[in-house]
Design a protein around this ligand. Structure first.
Ligand SMILES: [Zn+2]
Length: 213
């Protein structure tokens, strides 16, 4: 690497497909360090690579990154990750769309989702005194359960940390300002990921349903 001028290195990188660029990050620590930084020039390299890798037969992802993710995180999340982020079990490509939880920024197998999330009935039972508006401070995954109806799931660790933070305030006014701010953040986040969830559903229902892959 010392012998390759940085501008030439980046010039080479922008002509690589996402998978090859990712392989390059595994070659040595230096490449990894350079290619995972959030510098604008490096983000642009990954953007070029994503555009180059775009397959019109499987137009995914067609949106630019969410404002809550860097280009690398977005590429990892949509194109590279193929394992459950918790138990690391490999997930088949055709099943990835149902395992990509934008609300939690995680890919999770069904078993881990069961273990790592809690539903509102469970929260009411386990934490009967939980302040009502605290749940509005967290993103949640909505799903339909047969014979039950719509159910909201919350990431347990996030819930625990937000509860701990809530009770750590000594000043009630400061706490209320914080809750208000958190609610706003959660709302903005849920609004933003809505289009990405739609993007996943579109690709799931079209190319895979038609076996165009
Ligand atoms: Zn898992």
């Amino acid at each position: 690497m010392e012998k390759i001028p940085p501008e030439i290195f980046l010039e080479i990188c922008i002509h690589l497909y996402v998978k090859d660029l990712y392989t390059l990050t595994l070659v040595c620590k230096l490449y990894r360090k350079i290619l995972w930084t959030k510098a604008i020039s490096i983000q642009k390299v990954w953007t070029c690579s994503r555009v180059l890798s775009f397959d019109p037969l499987l137009p995914y992802p067609s949106l630019p990154p969410s404002k809550f993710m860097s280009e690398q995180e977005y590429i990892w999340f949509t194109l590279l990750a193929d394992k459950c982020s918790i138990c690391k079990i490999k997930i088949e490509k055709k099943d990835l769309f149902g395992c990509r939880y934008w609300e939690f920024s995680r890919i999770c197998c069904k078993e881990c989702i069961k273990r790592k999330t809690v539903s509102i009935p469970f929260i009411k039972m386990a934490m009967p005194n939980l302040p009502k508006d605290l749940l509005e401070c967290l993103p949640c995954h909505k799903r339909h359960v047969f014979n039950v109806g719509d159910e909201k799931l919350y990431w347990t660790d996030d819930l625990q940390s937000i509860v701990a933070k809530y009770y750590s305030f000594e000043n009630e006014q400061e706490r209320d300002i914080w809750v208000k701010e958190k609610k706003k953040e959660a709302n903005e986040f849920m609004d933003e990921i809505h289009k990405y969830k739609w993007q996943d559903e579109y690709v799931y229902f079209f190319p895979y349903a038609l076996n165009v892959n």
